[in-house]
Design a protein around this ligand. Structure first.
Ligand code: GLA
Length: 381
């Protein structure tokens, strides 16, 4: 049974009716541009063919009733009485998104629904942004909210920052909301503009889940953010996006050693992201791969957000025939890597990488070939 059929069946069982809408919001893999989003820079993510689905029908009152198949959990809350932290985490994303919408002036309608997904949780593929954007899509399906990808992404980030208490940037919500099928998106995180960038023909994106998870990643993430902000202050700019590599080299004297490395990563990564987008338009897979490899080295040596298993996975991937490049993807400290591989060699690549990674680490990785999916949408129920 497909996930959608299952969702529909569970909905009918719980609410004794058919859903009016099914909405879908995808997870993402970032091809390049890591930790550049909160430095007002550029990112180049792609929505993956794994998503959160939400089946719903409107209610006459201002209650939200929602069941999660994945968590075997059911919650109810009133839009007039939203309290933080009362429910399990998955439901806090739903409630937090409702809060962010109401807080910015929308008057929402209640609904009842069932949610399920196939985005691996905690793997760095943005299952939380997907549940936020699915929730926003649900409210938009009911007519309470005019759908605008950048605006919904902004409110998803507000949910993370103010409701969940994670100081993340806006990349994950932007790609989940605004993705264009068959394309990665070059996102300008200062102006929130999106530019589709097609994948070169004949290459596949392979996600390499190391089977490690991001323990203690919040503190590492927030610390990196603070170091970047300190570096921006040193250069007298609003964000590191405003510093070029030559300005960095000329002006880095006096910058604390760690902040200097963090800034060098962000400034070089921002430039690599723009170069990678240009290489996408030129259909130059070799160049994109080279930039991905450089990005990994920069995250490992300057931003220091990788770990042994991640570096091992990337080294194994990079050494395989038909691999143009590989790097860690997402916030860091565990989770997934991403590789750009000749489609003809994708099967042999996946087999060899799985086997060698297990030999090296004793862990069983998960590998997925992913097409570039569309962003959040309302499907026929
Ligand atoms: C996480 C955050 C994003 C971004 C990445 C790193 O995914 O949610 O905003 O900062 O890490 O690029």
């Amino acid at each position: 049974m497909s996930l959608r059929d299952h969702l529909q069946a569970v909905f009918e069982k719980r609410f004794k009716a058919k859903p009016t809408y099914i909405v879908r919001a995808p997870g993402r893999v970032n091809l390049i541009g890591e930790h550049t989003d909160y430095n007002a820079g550029f990112v180049l993510p792609m929505a993956i063919n794994r998503a959160i689905y939400l089946a719903l029908r409107p209610r006459e009152d201002r209650y939200v009733f929602v069941e999660s198949i994945d968590y075997g959990d059911y919650v109810e809350f009133s839009l007039d009485e939203m309290v933080r932290g009362r429910h399990s985490q998955w439901a806090e994303y739903v409630k937090g998104m409702a809060w962010a919408l109401e807080d910015s002036g929308y008057t929402l309608n209640g609904w009842e629904g069932v949610v399920a997904g196939d985005v691996p949780i905690g793997a760095g593929l943005s299952s939380s942004a997907a549940i936020e954007m699915a929730t926003a899509r649900a409210f938009s399906a009911l007519g309470s909210v005019a759908w605008d990808a950048a605006n919904m992404a902004r409110l998803g980030q507000k949910t993370e920052n103010q409701w969940i208490d994670v100081q993340s940037g806006i990349m994950d919500q932007m790609i989940s909301a605004g993705a264009v099928e068959g394309n990665a998106l070059l996102i300008d995180c200062r102006w929130l503009t999106l530019k589709p960038a097609p994948l070169p023909p004949g290459v596949s994106i392979i996600i390499l889940d190391t089977a490690t998870r991001r323990e203690l990643s919040h503190s590492g993430y927030n610390e990196r953010r603070a170091q970047c902000e300190a570096a921006a202050r040193h250069f007298g700019v609003a964000a590191l996006r405003d510093v070029t590599m030559s300005q960095f080299i000329a002006g880095s004297a006096g910058l604390e050693a760690r902040a200097l490395k963090r800034a060098r990563h962000v400034i070089s990564e921002n430039a690599r992201t723009l170069q990678a987008a240009a290489a996408m338009y030129a259909g130059d897979a070799a160049e994109i791969g080279r930039l991905m490899n450089d990005s990994h080295a920069s995250m490992r040596d300057d931003f220091e957000i990788t770990r042994r298993e991640i570096d091992t996975m990337v080294e194994i991937a990079q050494a395989q025939p038909g691999c143009y490049g590989a790097r860690m993807t997402g916030g860091g400290f565990g989770g997934c890597c991403v590789a750009l591989v000749d489609t003809d060699r994708a099967d042999a690549f996946s087999e060899a990488v799985s086997e060698r990674y297990t030999q090296a680490t004793d862990l069983a990785p998960a590998l997925y070939v992913s097409s570039a999916a569309a962003g959040a949408e309302i499907l026929q129920a």
